[in-house]
Design a binder for this molecule. Sequence first.
Ligand code: SAH
Ligand code: SF4
Ligand code: F3S
Length: 480
Amino acid sequence: MTKKYYIETYGCQMNVADSEIVASILGEAGYEPVTDIRLADLILVNTCSIRENAEQRVWGRLDLFRSEKKKRPRVVVGVLGCMAERLKERLLESDKMVDLVVGPDAYRDLPLLLETASSGHSAVNVLLSREETYADISPVRLESNGVSAFISIMRGCNNMCAYCVVPYVRGAERSRDPGTIVREARDIFAQGYREVTLLGQNVNSYSWTGNAFNLNPDPSTAEDEDSVSRSAIAGKNDTVVMLHDPEVNNMQNIGFPELLEKVASIDPLLRVRFSTSHPKDLSDDLLKVMAKHDNICRHIHLPVQSGSSTVLARMNRKYTREWYLGRIAAINSILPGCSLSTDIIAGFCGETEEEHQETLSLMRTVGFDFAYMFKYSERPDTRAARLMKDDVPERVKTRRLNEIIALQNELSASSKKADIGKIVRVLTEGKAKKPAGAMMGRTSGNKVVVFQADSIRPGDYVDVIVTRSTSATLIGNLVQ
Ligand code: SAH
Ligand code: SF4
Ligand code: F3S
């Protein structure tokens, strides 16, 4: 009988993409997915450490999984992802809360670890790798709408922003073989997908050096692929499995603009998005590539974190308020009408009232279409935790965050209102939650559009005239 697994995913899009890698590895090992934990032989939770409350949610879920295990002792419970590295001792010791702990670079080891866990022993691999990119693994799209897919183009991060746990839990930055990225994008387009989002913690620093072809001159033999995979687990080998792509082979140095152009050239009907761009590395070359290809979406997510140069310096973001505004000016001039979204942290160490006001004023100046907004949450071992005081009182953090959210709500509403009367091109994703019978999709600028339609299917492009808006959604009618 095939074994069944249940997987729950927390955190960013990269974790979603990683769960799809895990699904592929488990599928090869004879497991099939289920959506009801009562049917699962294996329960997995892919975790996030970015803020304290992200971890709290996972502990809550683990309590529930443990009660399932009490009922059915043979069930294996496993923790994957970003909490694994940091919390392996606590996870395994606290009353044997879990059987299996696997870090983000060790998923190839899952089949072996599962054998160990099934025999009643704790199984752990939280080693971080300098090479692993899972380049050769075709993800199994788990909760896909059949229209949009994520493709990881790199892993880890070298930036060391003072507040951030990612470099510690995901390790050093490494870029994936461009040939495998283009091939994956081409495959999913052939399967009917119409949108890919290229993912990395800082996509602008994507860099593939070396001759992909020479790295593995004969990738067609299965034996070679196996040996490369195995040595990647051992962490001894700096090669990555290369799958032939004649257009990409032999290129010496591919940066993000070149990669983006390759993917955009697959087909004009394939929309291409990317996330995340670090402001310090956003180049005019990238903006020019975007301007050249209509199917590269007119949306840039450019996390600012704070509008104050002194806070940015304490955060080790390596840019100033002026630099950031300069990048926004470049976007507005090279890509007029491009949507802008951002991430903002309220109440970072030592943040004064004036510094907070600078964040509000920057938000007004840029007029973001959308933002993710957070209260600063100290993460153990980060530079901020080691060297700075988390000294903004909780009620002040809350008040500042509320001010940021209130302002963003106004900005989001006016950005949507400005679209009333316009005809927008929408990629249909599926049925809208409401009203009944309506469909939803997104504009190139990543705005959600709800419209009435009978014979429109997910994946169809339609033109919609916008008649109304809320702060989150455009509402309109099909243009015949
Ligand atoms: N690599 C991306 C961000 C990844 S984390 C980038 O550099 O833009 C996503 C967001 O979580 C960050 O942009 C930041 O706004 C927020 N974040 C990260 N660490 C945090 C912390 N300790 N407390 C609060 N928010 C945090
Ligand atoms: Fe974290 Fe900074 Fe890296 Fe983003 S760029 S993942 S915020 S360290
Ligand atoms: Fe969270 Fe890890 Fe992503 S910490 S935000 S899941 S990289």
